[in-house]
Write a new protein. Structure first.
Length: 124
């Protein structure tokens, strides 16, 4: 959701049933939840961009480790890849939980009123 579309639907809130659905959608995807929470925590203190998300949000991912000439995978915490962060942000934009203000070459990310409702339901 860009700034112009956000201005049009600025005061639109989720009804309780829709809020429950979006809360379930966010809470069932751990990576989406971490990125969404990062945006919520940092939007007031600093400007949030996809680059900042990829530098500061850690997710659990599998790394290949060689043992006795065989490979196995071990779970480790690692920073989210930029492409994955971009996809998560696109999903949050499509869900209308966040909006962006284009400042070339960046997109500054902010929560919408609906995003604040979901955060309040998750952590309030």
């Amino acid at each position: 959701m860009d700034l112009e579309l956000h201005q049009k639907y600025k005061k639109t809130k989720f009804d309780p049933e829709t809020l429950d659905m979006f809360t379930d959608l966010v809470s069932n995807d751990t990576v989406l939840k971490k990125v969404f929470l990062f945006i919520a925590k940092n939007e007031k203190d600093s400007i949030v961009t996809v680059g900042e998300i990829s530098e500061k949000v850690q997710v659990e991912r599998k790394h290949r480790v060689e043992k006795n000439k065989r490979y196995s995978f071990v779970s480790k915490d690692d920073y989210i890849h930029r492409k994955q962060a971009e996809k998560i942000v696109e999903r949050l934009l499509a869900m209308s939980l966040i909006y962006y203000k284009a400042v070339p070459p960046y997109k500054h990310l902010f929560l919408t009123i609906r995003g604040k409702q979901v955060i309040q339901r998750l952590y309030g």
